[in-house]
Design a protein around this ligand. Structure first.
Ligand SMILES: [Zn+2]
Length: 294
């Protein structure tokens, strides 16, 4: 099993990081978690096609986690022959409304895909890619999830848990994936809370935000909604996580040596493996070596 780090940054773009997106690759499928800025383009840079992904799980509806969704869904549809399964999209409410207002009959992108369905030139392109006419409309199945919702994919049993982030304006979910190859929990950019620790309890791998180093210059309001090095130590230890994959870095982590200092700080109090990966890289999940180098 592999984890592709498609996006591991914040809303503010830097040359190396922007937004959140991950693809979990099992022996039989690829499943995406979050679809932040540039995801579809970055998939191509990682050698993946949108048509290879049939399931998307959104942790919450901040734009650094969802803004590339229409691009991803439309590219997947545009490159499909019509024989692919529907794209299933899961997330906290208002995921169903979010998808419908983008791609539905009254949606923002309806004129685009309707023109591609109807225009002879677009039909010809579809036929040349192996599709048959009449060209089908985008086939996307959104579903709002709540805490305790369980989704089964081909190789994963996915359990959603509601966590604390920017309530009450947005709901946020973490997802625990249990597979034959191991377990992995995805936290978006939530704060440290009981629900996060319960969802991550005993997992092989926890993907969590590390946006700040220590408590330097951080207000209580910020620390309340997103995790940094102190929370990585606390959650990793209390939940008994074997490996932390740290993501959602702030631009301050672009300074030389900051990630190394963060790893060293966490390693002093947490004995599991620590991975602080670059964007556009792939982490092999079967190897649980300690303190994987950058
Ligand atoms: Zn957020």
């Amino acid at each position: 099993m592999k984890l592709h780090i498609v996006g591991s940054g914040c809303p503010q773009p830097t040359p190396n990081w922007c937004g959140s997106s991950f693809v979990l690759e099992t022996p039989t499928e690829r499943v995406m978690v979050d679809c932040g800025p540039g995801t579809t383009y970055k998939l191509a840079r990682l050698g993946m096609k949108a048509t290879q992904i049939d399931h998307l799980f959104l942790t919450h509806h901040h734009f650094d986690h969802n803004v590339d969704f229409p691009c991803f869904a439309l590219v997947r549809w545009d490159l499909s022959t019509g024989n692919e399964p529907p794209l299933r999209v899961f997330g906290p409410q208002p995921t169903e409304r979010f998808v419908t207002k983008l791609l539905g009959p009254d949606g923002a992108f309806y004129p685009d895909w309707k023109a591609r369905v109807e225009h002879p030139a677009s039909r010809e392109c579809h036929r040349m890619r192996g599709g048959e006419l009449p060209r089908p409309a985008p086939d996307v199945e959104p579903m709002d999830l709540v805490s305790g919702s369980v989704v089964e994919t081909d190789s994963c049993r996915v359990t959603a848990s509601r966590v604390h982030h920017v309530d009450p304006w947005l709901e946020s979910l973490v997802y625990r994936f249990d597979t034959d190859e191991g377990s992995i929990c995805f936290a978006g950019d939530c704060g440290d809370c009981r629900e996060l620790r319960d969802a991550a309890r005993g997992v092989d791998t926890l993907v969590m935000a590390c946006t700040h180093f220590g408590r330097q210059h951080m207000s209580a309001d910020v620390v309340d909604v997103i995790t940094g090095t102190p929370e990585a130590i606390a959650v990793g230890n209390e939940a008994g996580v074997q490996r932390l994959i740290l993501t959602h870095v702030s631009p301050s982590f672009s300074r030389p040596g900051i990630r190394e200092r963060a790893i060293a700080e966490i390693a002093r109090s947490y004995s599991g493996a620590i991975v602080f990966p670059d964007e556009l890289t792939t982490v092999e999940l079967r190897d649980l070596g300690a303190h994987t180098p950058l």
